[in-house]
Write a protein that binds this ligand. Structure first.
Ligand code: NAD
Length: 425
């Protein structure tokens, strides 16, 4: 039977009831469910192997966004994030997009770029030609470093070289294009870049310095787009508001940074949940947003002739299902299982859809009721807890602050005292 990610009232269930539903959807074992609900479940021995100087682990909540339909496939989306509202907003936007048939996506092959910097070259243009002529030998040397990747259908596929003019004089930058298949690929690419450095030195008669992957993964792009009937999003005014908001982001980097941050809220939460490298994804996304010389929006939202909404996003997506922490972190393994993606490309495309959903949710709230209403009720609960509200008073304190539009620690403390006095009487 085809499983659906369309779940109404998921938020109203208890964590145990929600997990039961996820367990059925993703065929999780009892052991995996136990691990998920034991919130300290990164064994110290594993943590100690992951990074240096380990003293403990830092748990953050793992939620599941529902309603995602991408290329007619249903996905439950695991998200690790400390910020309230993100998971709810993603689920809400995914439901709206479902009304228009769900997300459509595409992606390029998973090609990463490795850079080899050569300096002190007398004739950089001739050196460039020599590197390009030696392409086959260079690719062969690179591929000898990773027979496993080559056997999986990946490996170094092509290269290019460019002369750049810097404050330290001209440099020849060789760029190796490596198909990383289901790996993010930084280790794989860096190993290859280091291995071919001596060949580059011979060819250029210069000195090789840096040999490292580029996080501006312009050859590894993921795209998502969707169509939304105007009735599903709250009518013509909301559509116009979203289109105007996008024009603002496209024209103004101060707005674009926040516009893109909204999309990255969703993407990074999934990246974290699956043990991927979120710094790599952030660096790639923002550099891509500035690629044409001015920082701008990663997404576009347009009005169709009939006044409906269509949106799209395109960004680099260097993600893996192999390597890094993906296969070592016990919760990351379960998160990948919940998501159910089988290749890094499928994963990248779902992430693009999540980014577009998150962007839509933020724009809809901004264009419609203002961001504070939805956002602040959850935030208010956090402030109430931080101000020392006992469990039974948290909701009432939060409610009063939201009503007064004064969501502040000092006010929370006052309310706790006021309610405390009333209940003491
Ligand atoms: P990795 O080296 O652990 O795993 C990749 C390897 O897995 C491949 O080289 C290949 O040998 C093997 N493999 C087996 N089956 C495969 C398949 N189907 N597809 C692809 N590979 C397969 O990890 P990685 O992905 O090369 O590197 C990722 C790690 O590098 C992350 O932890 C990241 O944080 C880190 N890192 C990032 C940067 C950066 O982004 N600038 C720099 C250095 C390190």
């Amino acid at each position: 039977m085809k499983k659906s990610s369309l779940v109404s009232g998921f938020y109203k269930l208890s964590p145990k009831e929600r997990l039961h539903l996820v367990k059925e959807f993703a065929n999780l074992s009892d052991e995996e469910c136990d691990l998920l609900q034991n919130t300290g479940s990164l064994p110290l021995s594993i943590a100690n192997r992951m990074i240096e100087n380990v003293v403990g682990a830092f748990p953050i909540p793992l939620g599941v966004a529902v309603n995602f339909l991408v290329n007619d496939v249903d996905y439950l989306v695991p998200m690790a994030i400390e910020e309230p509202s993100v998971v709810a907003a993603a689920s809400y936007a995914a439901k709206i997009v479902r009304d228009g048939g769900g997300f459509r996506t595409s992606s390029t092959p998973p090609i990463m770029i490795g850079q080899i910097q050569a300096v002190g070259i007398k004739d950089p243009e001739t050196a460039r030609q020599r590197v390009l002529e030696a392409k086959e030998a260079i690719l062969k040397k690179a591929n000898e470093q990773d027979p496993v990747l080559v056997a999986a259908g990946g490996g170094a596929k092509d290269l290019d070289a460019k002369v750049i003019h810097t404050t330290e004089g001209p440099m020849l930058i060789t760029e190796l294009y490596v198909d990383c298949r289901d790996a993010m690929g930084a280790n794989a690419v860096n190993t290859m870049a280091e291995a071919i450095a001596p060949i580059i030195e011979d060819l250029t008669e210069g000195r090789v310095c840096l040999r490292i992957i580029s996080n501006l993964a312009t050859k590894r792009l993921a795209r998502a787009w969707c169509f939304i009937p105007k009735e599903s999003i709250g009518g013509q005014e909301v559509v116009d508001g979203i289109v105007n908001a996008t024009a603002f982001a496209a024209a103004d980097p101060y707005r674009a940074a926040t516009h893109n941050k909204g999309a990255m809220n969703g993407i990074i939460a999934v990246i974290l949940a699956t043990g991927n490298d979120h710094r790599a994804i952030e660096a790639g996304a923002h550099a891509y947003a500035a690629l044409k010389g001015r920082y701008t929006s990663l997404s576009t939202w347009e009005k169709t002739e009939k006044g409906d909404l269509k949106g799209s996003i395109e960004l680099p997506m260097a993600v893996g299902l192999i390597g890094g922490a993906v296969r070592t972190h016990p919760i990351a393994k379960i998160a990948v299982k919940i998501l159910g993606v089988k290749t890094a490309n499928e994963f990248a495309e779902v992430l693009a859809a999540v980014g577009l959903a998150q962007n839509l949710a933020a724009l809809r709230a901004l264009a419609h009721e203002g961001i504070q209403r939805g956002h602040m009720s959850l935030h208010a609960r956090n402030i109430a807890v931080a101000a020392g509200a006992p469990e039974k008073l948290v909701d009432s304190v939060a409610e009063i602050m939201v009503k007064e539009r004064k969501i502040r620690m000092d006010r929370a403390k006052e309310i706790i005292n006021e309610i405390g006095r009333t209940t003491d009487k």
